[in-house]
Write a protein of this length. Structure first.
Length: 582
């Protein structure tokens, strides 16, 4: 083997790792919505959790990424430790799918059909299709598909390059003796663990082992311990991601490590006993790509079969290793964990859910403030102020997180959704601010013993009814992406604008007639302003929903187009004008 063969081997390895990385990222983006749906339906059942972990890992081709997600979910309170254990077990089995795909490189035969199954036959076609989709299509979904094909073609080309580079090692006695050394189970296990810890991917390390096996010099006696060690090495990623997380998240990472260490110790012991007592002939035979895939799958399935019935013991072990601190307050969970950014689609889904919670808090605060105008209590006022503080925190956390999320490589649809969320969190926060202003007006009326005239009270009741309805419509349009509800907001907002002007004029006339005091008129003006501006923010929220669905980022242009020559707008405007007539 010459220095040029070594350089070729290094180049092939780099292409292989790069191809696996970009393919995994594109798979995550392309399967993002489905991935969120799968995780959202997770239950505490062992089988459901196991199948979830298996399915997600098979889709994104990385057990490390799945486990990091699990740590993030546990840290955010979205998943319990018991659920995490089942998902982690499923992830260990799901990661074996990659080895089966890579085993295609070992196919041999003269039959035309067999030749077509070889990666060297179909990879160029995939690469051609991938580059066409990536370079000439504008749709982000098609570009992602092209990236997946290019990534797969790159990793298969890298694997073929590695295999060709090590082919010359067949005549090097030192290489043969090197792998013979790993027939010692402990050394083989350590070698697999160290290699996987360095590259932080068991799928990649198995692929490298498969490429070396194509040289015909890697015996099963060395392959099996190395595969067992790879499961331990892949835990490094989750352990690193748990640094700075809460106790339950750290326990999830410990469960991942415990599961693989215990499984490896048990089955490595069984393997060593069989090797020492029986020493079957197959252990001396040279491994194949398909044989490595079989060993990888069998080992992970055996580990799961052994430890799934004892998942409760794994949970207790994790609690013992990461105990609760005595005398200390319970740790706060992070509502948005940055570990979820490794899977942007899941992070965006979490942002969407939190924004929906923020919307409920803001709308609830505004409704409570309207109640305070007629039935004021100190407890009700305090609840409104607490809700306003809560929405402030939501806005800070979500705004910072969404900016980070937007800087990642995400598809056009996800990018538009992130932009929508960034816009609406400001409107929801302002709605909660107006709720505090309304409560302060109610307190001023109470403290200074001001009173509105009976006519003013009736008019205010009509306006509050219109504001309550526009809150309902905007909240429903955002929560459900309901365009029908969103389309009703704009005509109602115009009616509220007209009501504000009419109520202001009526109150001026009452003051001139002596039916209302000037001091009460100041409070009345503040109330009208806050209620009208609340409807403006509702209009902005509904406009964002319509804009995102239509791919239009110009809110004001969208609203102008809706008003212009719209029979629906005119019909709904007349209906609301009649419904909320003074």
């Amino acid at each position: 083997m010459t220095i040029f063969d070594v350089l070729t081997l290094i180049g092939g390895l780099c292409l292989f790792l790069f191809g696996m990385n970009i393919m995994g990222q594109a798979l995550e983006r392309r399967a993002g919505a489905k991935l969120s749906s799968i995780l959202g339906k997770l239950t505490s059942g062992k089988l459901a959790g196991f199948l979830t972990g298996l399915g997600v890992t098979a889709v994104i081709q990385s057990s490390s990424a799945t486990t990091v997600m699990v740590v993030g979910f546990v840290n955010s309170g979205l998943m319990s430790l018991k659920q995490a254990i089942n998902v982690i077990m499923g992830a260990n089995v799901g990661t074996t799918v990659t080895a089966w795909i890579l085993s295609l490189g070992g196919i041999s035969g003269d039959n035309l059909f067999v030749q077509l199954l070889k990666p060297t036959s179909f990879t160029p076609i995939l690469a051609l299709a991938g580059i066409i989709l990536f370079m000439f299509c504008k749709s982000s979904k098609k570009k992602d598909v092209g990236t997946i094909l290019l990534g797969f073609a790159t990793l298969m080309f890298g694997m073929d390059t590695m295999s060709g580079a090590v082919a010359g090692l067949q005549n090097v006695p030192a290489f043969t003796s090197f792998f013979t050394m790993f027939t010692n189970p402990v050394l083989g296990m350590l070698a697999g663990a160290i290699l996987t810890a360095i590259i932080q991917s068991s799928s990649a390390s198995v692929g490298i082992l498969q490429a070396l096996a194509l040289s015909g010099l890697v015996p099963y006696g060395a392959t099996i311990p190395i595969i067992m060690g790879q499961n331990i090495g892949t835990c490094v990623t989750a352990l690193l991601s748990s640094i700075g997380a809460n106790k339950n998240a750290r326990r999830a990472a410990v469960v991942h490590l415990s599961f693989n260490v215990i499984g490896t110790i048990v089955w490595l012991t069984v393997f060593a006993i069989i090797q020492a007592v029986v020493n079957p002939a197959i252990l001396g035979e040279n491994a194949t790509s398909a044989g490595i895939a079989i060993c990888h799958s069998a080992f992970n399935i055996l580990c799961t079969a052994l430890l799934m019935p004892m998942s409760g013991l794994l949970e207790k072990l994790a609690n013992r290793i990461v105990p609760d601190s005595k005398g200390k307050t319970e740790e706060k969970q992070s509502i948005l964990d940055e570990r979820l950014l490794t899977t942007p689609a899941v992070a965006l889904e979490r942002c969407r859910a939190l924004t929906a919670q923020m919307a409920q808090v803001a709308v609830g605060a505004l409704r409570d403030s309207l109640t305070a105008l007629t039935d004021y209590t100190p407890a009700l006022a305090e609840r409104v102020r607490e809700a306003e503080n809560e929405t402030d925190k939501y806005e800070d956390v979500l705004g910072t997180y969404l900016v980070k999320l937007s800087s990642l490589q995400i598809g056009d649809t996800d990018s538009a959704e992130a932009a929508k969320l960034l816009r609406v969190i400001g409107d929801f926060e302002r709605i909660s601010d107006h709720s505090v202003n309304i409560v302060e007006s109610a307190e001023e009326l109470r403290e200074k013993e001001f009173a509105f005239s009976p006519d003013a009270k009736k008019e205010l009741q009509v306006l509050c009814g219109a504001v309550n309805e526009i809150l309902d419509l905007s909240l429903r349009s955002f929560a459900d992406n309901d365009v029908d509800s969103a389309s009703l907001v704009e005509p109602l907002e115009q009616v509220i604008d007209n009501l504000k002007e009419k109520l202001r004029s009526n109150h001026i006339r009452r003051m001139q007639q002596g039916d209302c005091t000037i001091e009460a008129g100041f409070v009345w003006s503040d109330l009208l302003t806050n209620l009208e501006r609340t409807s403006d923010h509702c209009s902005n929220i509904a406009g964002c929903v319509v804009d995102t669905l239509h791919g239009n980022l110009d809110l004001h242009e969208s609203l102008r187009e809706f008003r212009r020559d719209s029979e629906e707008y005119d019909r709904e405007y007349k209906r609301y004008s009649k419904k909320y007539a003074i």
